[in-house]
Design a protein around this ligand. Sequence first.
Ligand SMILES: *[C@@H]1O[C@H](CO)[C@@H](O)[C@H](O)[C@H]1NC(C)=O
Ligand SMILES: *[C@@H]1O[C@H](CO)[C@@H](O)[C@H](O)[C@H]1NC(C)=O
Ligand SMILES: *[C@@H]1O[C@H](CO)[C@@H](O)[C@H](O)[C@H]1NC(C)=O
Ligand SMILES: *[C@@H]1O[C@H](CO)[C@@H](O)[C@H](O)[C@H]1NC(C)=O
Ligand SMILES: *[C@@H]1O[C@H](CO)[C@@H](O)[C@H](O)[C@H]1NC(C)=O
Ligand SMILES: *[C@@H]1O[C@H](CO)[C@@H](O)[C@H](O)[C@H]1NC(C)=O
Length: 816
Amino acid sequence: MKTAVLACALGLCAASNWGAANNVSQAFDCSMRKAAYEFGQALMHAAAPRLGAFEALYWALDLASDDCKVELPAGAASNAMRTQFSEARLLSEADDDTVFVCVRGDDEGDGSYNSPLRTLRAAVDLATSKSSKRVVLRGGTHYLAETLLLNAPHSGITIEGHAGEDAVLSGGVELQDLKWTSVEASDASSDASLNVYVADVTGVDDVPGLQIGGARLTRARYPNLPGGVEVSPGYDAMIPADAAQWTPPQFEKFGKPTFYTDEDKETLRNNTPDGWFQRYMVGVGGLCNVYDPPVSYWCSEHPSGGGAFAFRTPSGVALDASKVLPNAPYKDASTAVFFVWRPNRWANWMFETSNVVADKGMLNFTFGRGGHQGARGNDEGGDFFVENVLEELDHPGEFFYDSKSKKLYVAHNGTGPPPTQGVVVPKLRVLVNASGTQWGPVRGVTLKDLEFRSTRSTFMDAHAVPSAGDWALERTAAVFLQGTEKFTVDGCAFDRLDGNGMMVSGYNRNATIKDSDFSFIGGTAIAAWGYTNETKIDPGRPGVVNLDYPKAGVDGTDGEHPRYTSVVGNTAREVGLYEKQASFFMQAKTAASTVSGNVFFNGPRAGINMNDGFGGGDEVSRNLVFSTCRESGDHGPFNSWDREPYLTSQRTGKPSMVMQWRKIRQNFFIDNYSPQENVDNDDGSAYYKTFKNFLVYGNNGMKNDYGGHDNEHFENVYAFPQSVIGVSDTLKGHEDKFFRNKCVLTSNDVGKPQCGEPFTKMYSNEYFTKDGTVNECGHSLQDLQKKKPDHEVNSTVDKFPSDETILKWAKDAIGF
Ligand SMILES: *[C@@H]1O[C@H](CO)[C@@H](O)[C@H](O)[C@H]1NC(C)=O
Ligand SMILES: *[C@@H]1O[C@H](CO)[C@@H](O)[C@H](O)[C@H]1NC(C)=O
Ligand SMILES: *[C@@H]1O[C@H](CO)[C@@H](O)[C@H](O)[C@H]1NC(C)=O
Ligand SMILES: *[C@@H]1O[C@H](CO)[C@@H](O)[C@H](O)[C@H]1NC(C)=O
Ligand SMILES: *[C@@H]1O[C@H](CO)[C@@H](O)[C@H](O)[C@H]1NC(C)=O
Ligand SMILES: *[C@@H]1O[C@H](CO)[C@@H](O)[C@H](O)[C@H]1NC(C)=O
């Protein structure tokens, strides 16, 4: 019992999804989870030990469960995520060039250790003129009044937290002079047992989120979230899609889009059968006017791929209130915000309400702003919930802000009134904005040992469709980089940020994000997102007039994208609390990223996402990733699409329509929620080498579809998927390859390779099944090898190996 309570306090008490669901023995499942814990700890200790026994990982792997019963290592209990700061670099006070900042400092001071400044802004400006260019923040919460903007003249600066102290940069405003008054339950709610209080709020214009004692409250909603917004409800806490009548899209609302399809011979990518994804194409305007800039592959004339049709969303929803909304009627339903899954749970759309009509017990809402948080459309909505209505304040830990009366209501989860101190409203969207250009970059800035907290939500802000994957995204984050070189984030914590954690946008070279921890993030932990000239202007690049648009939309040779981004030795967990199409790391129009040695777990959708095949040359290696797609379908720890070709010089230094190979190697991936695969190479994905990975569960191993090709899986260890291959037709010379893999299958079928010319190239694989037999292409393996002697050469089948054997193979492949 005690352990369960502790786990909940860490936000980890959502249903786990281990072993049994995959028909795998508990013994294997437990040994595998222990191995994951060992690997995760080893990764975090590789550089500088900072997470102790990595307690959050212990709970996420459910190691205290009856079937596993691993003791939590001593000394771990107090270590939620990151409380230990490196003591190794003790500050030299003699370094009198350093500029110090203290919460109670004074900008009139000289910035020395004994006369620290108060604001980071003043400190950075002062340090810029000093030789060490070093700013040190003392411990405590530094509430930022404005975003810290860093430009080219700030190149070379280091901003760091004082060793052994916890220096927090907060985007929130701490509410002052709070006077809580108890509210008669009838005012706010019909539940007399609720502990509801109200206070007048001054000093902020809006209360889009609320944090008390460092953790979030949940904006009043129906259905309730049992554990609050920081605990994933899985598939629960939704009104089912079919309880609603969706008002169809207003197709004519913004007029018709303008279509553009590239016809240039030079930029044809003709390496797929049936013409799949050979041409760059977009539509501008039309229903894509919900985006800024208003352009998307999904508004083009002929979008194609899995479930493809042009973008649209429903324009409203009508509900039988007496059946669907037990707390209705609402005194003011116009504040309602709808969070609606796109059917199939590919993303969630948020909509404001522009009009409500009550008629014969029906509430008919017309949607206002919104529906721009994903790139894929539908006529109807999926499962949904309603938020931001006073009558829905009926669960401990919920809040509601009445913007007309400026009153804040809190259903306090505890006895007596809520505290009057430490009540924080997230206000700033961006804490640090390093902005330069390719021609005048911000160079060599380092952020070290800092904690970033309490930025406000950005899900209603402008989003754009970064390329032809399924994503739409807001070009903003707590730490925003654009036009930088060698920017380093080292040993920082990103916690309780309501938007994205980090955004590496446009021209960036060699940005490094290392040994940092991302937790409880509203959107994506880290995103990298470049530009091509699709429209005349882009709000992300104010003052720039793009040349040759949309023709140059295909052309990435102007270098306006992130390259050589390193994401190394980080942890990220509990992401996508608001936006469900969120990942630990995602990239679009970005090349040559290294994502290595990270531990990622607990996310609503894919763990790592590559939205396109721009440039390539990326490496995803030695990561532990699990408990992804907890609230959605398909995908798994890794997902990619490649529906739009791009011209880049990444592969050979010369412009090419073919990307450099991407490597996915030596990862420990567990597909414990998704029904698909650990490495989901979706729609058109090509040029992936996936090798020496330990790939646990899922239905499938290697995937290629809709023209995907040149996909290679080798020397992997697959533990208990149903089958290991499901690929589509390729051109000759572009066959997929599957070799030297060890495949422990729950079914007796290898899956769906290409069984006609051109055959998938398969050899030297070792298959293991319960009874020691396996089928491929409609024959037993042995018969197939006789019939087609150059196929599956040296491949074998046997009965299941022992659990120890499987884990030994895994450790040998990954190297731990
Ligand atoms: C598990 O076994 C049951 C009963 O044999 C079967 O219906 C189900 O499809 C299996 N699930 C998986 C993921 O193999
Ligand atoms: C309320 O507080 C209790 C005790 O701290 C905690 O277990 C529970 O999860 C909280 N509920 C919500 C909805 O936050
Ligand atoms: C809801 O209102 C919209 C127009 O605002 C209308 O088109 C739709 O039919 C109404 N839905 C129902 C179920 O009455
Ligand atoms: C960052 O700063 C630049 C320059 O002032 C500005 O144009 C851009 O909009 C800012 N980005 C964000 C995300 O705030
Ligand atoms: C950036 O990284 C690449 C690849 O590691 C390297 O070749 C290049 O020299 C680096 N550039 C700088 C300025 O460090
Ligand atoms: C895109 O527009 C920018 C800004 O005008 C220009 O510098 C760049 O060369 C253009 N890129 C291409 C590929 O035309």
